[in-house]
Design a protein around this ligand. Structure first.
Ligand code: NCD
Ligand code: ZN
Length: 356
């Protein structure tokens, strides 16, 4: 097949940042997606209150003038001190779409996150009542004795501890296991009979595996949280998302960082994938011989989970190979390096599909 038309996709997990970075990265999201769940982990002050959330939404809308068809869906950043009433009201008033929960210290700008999930049970109770989804960064950082868990095992421990407790204690709560990275996660999500549990899957966890990262000349540009797992896990993710299973939906977790931050030691965690994300997801589905299930994953399952209609607009992708040939320039003089770019033109990723 050389051409495929699908309903316009949505990105159910993206980092748009703020200020000069927001201006530079937003056009890439607005070009390819109808809607996006916007992550609240702004630095230094995450989006914890309704006032902050509305102000952030206005800054996004201001930067969006050339893209009136794109809709940002806003989220609160959960802390130990979040107000249950404020958050539930934000949802019932149509201001916010969900709440993001980061275990404190798990990833970029998560220091003010949740230190113990039991501290936010009152908030979860209120969310359950109004039907507001909780978006879980699904990793446990410490075991019961307080020892740090290996980054490759953190998702599994979360699946053995926090997630079953949430499902049991909040039987109606809508939960997204964000950026699933393992076979264990895929199996767990699939075995949940209802669709009140869903899972986003990133492009980079479908395209890359641990061996690719270890052999990469520039592993910093594949460094993200949760870390990229081995080939067996990658295969399970590729099989799950292309199967048509309604639990799984597109969430790039595109997370831009300045080149200067990626080239520090240790590098900032996060990969800026949006410039070629929809094209490369299409490539994964083609490689798996499952193009017929592309639209379900990119444009239907997520909307259904969030209780929204699918986009009316369509997107056509055609076979038209290209490469990413430049860094993204920011107005303050810094740059961001997109996934697939390389200084050496011969090493740039060949992207087969293109939005036409
Ligand atoms: C994200 C970021 O940079 O904000 N980083 C990442 O590696 N994915 C945070 C997150 O989603 O974990
Ligand atoms: Zn993220």
């Amino acid at each position: 097949m050389d051409s495929i038309t699908i309903r316009k996709p949505d990105d159910w997990h993206v980092h748009l940042r703020d200020g000069a970075m927001l201006e530079a990265v937003l056009p890439f999201t607005a070009r390819a997606f109808g809607r996006a769940i916007v992550m609240p982990n702004l630095s230094p002050n995450p989006v914890t209150t309704t006032l902050e959330l509305q102000a952030y939404r206005e800054r996004i809308t201001e930067a969006l003038k050339a893209y009136p068809t794109f809709t940002p869906l806003m989220t609160y950043y959960l802390t130990d001190n979040s107000s249950a009433k404020e958050i539930a009201d934000g949802f019932t008033n149509g201001i916010a779409s969900a709440v993001k929960a980061y275990p404190a210290g798990a990833t970029t700008n998560s220091a003010q996150g949740v230190t113990d999930i039991r501290k936010v049970y009152e908030v979860l109770e209120a969310m359950q009542k109004v039907g507001m989804p909780i978006l879980m960064h699904g990793e446990a950082l410490k075991d019961e004795s307080g020892n740090t868990i290996d980054p490759f095992d953190r998702e599994k421990v979360f699946l053995d501890t926090t997630l079953p407790a949430l499902l049991k204690n909040f039987p109606e709560l809508k939960i997204v296991l964000e950026h699933a990275t393992t076979k264990d996660a895929v199996d767990f999500v699939r075995n949940e009979n209802s669709n009140r549990l869903g899972s986003t899957v990133t492009l980079h966890h479908l395209m890359e595996n641990r061996e690719d990262v270890e052999h990469s000349e520039e592993p910093a540009y594949l460094h993200c949280m949760p870390v990229i797992k081995n080939e067996e896990n990658q295969k399970a993710l590729r099989e799950a998302v292309t199967s048509g299973d309604s639990h799984f939906f597109l969430g790039t977790d595109s997370a831009p960082h300045l080149v200067s931050a990626k080239e520090k030691t240790p590098p900032a965690a996060g990969i800026f994938t949006v410039p070629s994300a929809i094209e490369l997801y299409t490539q994964v589905f083609e490689d798996m011989g499952k193009l017929e299930n592309l639209e379900t994953f990119t444009s239907l399952n997520g909307a259904k989970f969030y209780g929204l209609p699918p986009n009316e607009e369509t997107t056509t992708l055609t076979k038209n190979p290209w490469t990413i040939d430049s860094l993204v320039q920011i107005s303050n003089g810094e740059t961001i390096r997109p996934f697939g770019y390389n200084e050496d033109p011969a090493k740039r990723l060949q992207i087969q599909w293109k939005i036409s």
